[in-house]
Design a protein around this ligand. Structure first.
Ligand code: HEM
Length: 531
């Protein structure tokens, strides 16, 4: 039996070690302790940052902190927020720091099927990204017969007639939900072809059901994304932090996406696949399917999936990517379009200026079509219009639809924003919301000013491009930016060639908080007037 004094000594030693590890080292000796802290608690605990995330005020809070404390702020015992280019974006994102579990927790589909967005291992990620980078590249998108044919059909048969009705009837339209529908329809038409893709513009009931299933889960994502182990323990103890209906909604969305993929698979497996017209061709699905077939030929048979759900090769791997992509497409582009129409609707003179530019297209995107054999103008010409480009660019800056932190982890000891010796395993992240509000790069940052992109000197423009982060940067930069820009520019061009818009109700137009975030009010009512 140890004597009383030995037990006391052991107790004191354990207590001293705990005090050193949990208080003295993190607060005074760790290299992270030299970095300005959000508040005194963050040296010891993640409670504060989790509370900020849970209450959905992270972007606004991080922005205020950087204004007060400079380009790097400690947000937790092993977490930093970084807001600079040199020693920040360049080191972390162009330098290829790996993604964190955040992405797996939030973006993995079908239970355990990862996709390009959430792979952490860089080799697996780059192999997958290489499969699709060509079909999403600017040159391929702008030359794609499928993108061109489907854009025309969606603009002329679905979207523009709705605005014509608003103009004729003098009834305002709620455009926000319609913007999600347009973004989804154009993206899925490229992904799966017009016939298999959605028609959410016209099928309002299906659209509402999809958007309800998709967005109603949002308030619960904090638990599964940031505290997945705690959430699972609580579930085992009988406390559901995430209600059953949230899981059911996820399954319903995944099942819907799988059904769409199965249709594309049936089309491409049929003997008539080769004669599918461009407008019906599942351009993205077909590429990933072909790349997997090519890669799988090189694998021994036991390496190919044995999951009973894989009723044809790579069914779930492809579906996980396809689901991730169409989800990414409708939300981000839909939100962007809503804010763009809002800003334009406040500026009749700018609408006129844009219309004059759009009328220089040969042919202009006139509605109704002037002739039966009308074709859309060359997409390269649409893409190159300077004012249209500046208007979209400024919307993506001021109203960035992925405003939240993009977490990465330090791969080893490194320096960030002038601080050395930052150890490996620290969560580091930058956020476009704050980067886009740097007044030295974007003077008067809260103002929506497309002209800043047109009037800037070469040096100013280069600096603005370095800080512009709507699509992220580096190896994990958005793969869908070109198809998104193609889709959005065609909608804007179609509308402002033919209509003027005025705001009827913009209550709640201000941006919500979150990793992705749309207008708080989830609506925008506009009146369209045919010119
Ligand atoms: C306005 C439209 C869009 C915006 C603003 C946007 C924004 C972003 C951002 C900021 C990232 C980096 C996220 C991070 O690392 O945390 C990203 C990545 C990604 N985006 Fe987009 N996106 C848009 C449209 C699309 C579309 C249409 C697709 C469809 C393919 C897409 C697919 C992806 C994928 C797969 C990644 C992950 C890339 C990788 O990990 O290598 N996005 N996007």
């Amino acid at each position: 039996m140890p004597s009383f004094s030995v037990s006391v000594a052991a107790g004191i030693a354990i207590l001293a070690a705990a005090v050193y590890k949990l208080i003295i080292y993190p607060a005074f000796l760790s290299p992270l302790s030299k970095i300005p802290a959000a508040n005194w608690t963050v040296h010891f605990t993640s409670l504060w940052i989790n509370y900020i995330r849970y209450t959905n005020v992270e972007n606004a809070t991080v922005y205020e902190l950087h204004k007060k404390k400079g380009p790097i702020v400690r947000m937790g015992p092993a977490e930093l927020s970084v807001n600079c280019y040199e020693g920040g974006l360049k080191t972390i994102y162009t330098g290829g720091f790996p993604k964190t579990e955040f992405y797996i927790n939030r973006f993995m589909n079908y239970g355990d099927i990862k996709n390009m967005f959430c792979f952490i291992d860089s080799k697996t990620h780059s192999t997958r990204k290489r499969m699709l980078s060509n079909v999403y590249s600017k040159s391929v998108v702008l030359a794609s017969p499928t993108a061109r044919a489907t854009s025309k059909a969606i603009l002329y048969d679905r979207l523009l007639p709705i605005f014509q009705i608003s103009s004729d009837s003098k009834n305002a339209i709620e455009v926000h939900s319609l913007d999600y529908a347009y973004a989804m329809d154009t993206f899925m038409a490229y992904q799966f072809g017009l016939d298999i893709g959605t028609n959410f513009i016209q099928d309002v009931e299906k659209r509402k059901r999809y958007l309800h299933l998709f967005f109603s889960r949002r308030p619960y994502l904090f638990w599964t994304t940031e505290l997945p182990k705690f959430t699972a323990w609580m579930h085992r103890l009988g406390v559901r932090l995430v209600p059953q209906w949230v899981d059911d909604a996820t399954v319903a969305l995944e099942t819907w996406n799988l059904d769409v993929c199965d249709k594309a698979e049936a089309l491409l497996s049929s003997p008539a696949a080769g004669s599918t017209p461009a407008i019906s061709y599942p351009a993205i699905y077909a590429v990933e399917r072909a790349k997997f077939q090519e890669a799988d030929l090189k694998l021994p048979p036991q390496m190919t999936a044995k999951d009973p759900r894989q009723t044809y090769p790579r069914r779930l791997d492809i579906a996980s990517d396809m689901y991730d992509h169409n989800a990414a497409a409708h939300e981000t582009s839909g939100d962007t379009l809503t804010w763009l129409y809002y800003e334009m609707s406040l500026r009749p003179a700018l609408q006129k200026q844009l219309r004059d530019e759009l009328l220089t297209l040969a042919p202009p995107i006139l509605f109704p079509t002037p002739s039966a054999d009308f074709e859309l103008p060359d997409p390269k010409k649409v893409d190159a219009l300077p004012l249209l480009d500046a208007i979209l660019q400024e919307t993506l800056r001021r109203w960035v639809s992925v405003p939240g932190g993009q977490p990465r982890v330090t791969p080893g000891v490194c320096s960030l924003a002038g601080y050395d010796g930052i150890p490996g395993g620290v969560r580091v992240q930058s956020a476009a919301y704050t980067l886009h509000r740097n007044p030295e790069v974007f003077p008067d940052p809260e103002a929506w000013k497309p002209e800043r992109w047109l009037d800037a000197s070469v040096d100013e423009l280069n600096e603005m491009k370095r800080w512009f982060w709507a699509f992220g940067s580096g190896g994990r930069m958005c793969i869908g930016n070109n198809i998104a820009i193609h889709s959005m520019k065609h909608a804007i061009a179609g509308i402002y060639t033919n209509f003027t818009t005025t705001v009827v109700d913009a209550e709640g137009i201000e941006q919500d908080d979150g990793f992705t975030a749309g207008p708080k009010g989830n609506k925008l009512w506009l009146q369209f007037h045919h010119v």
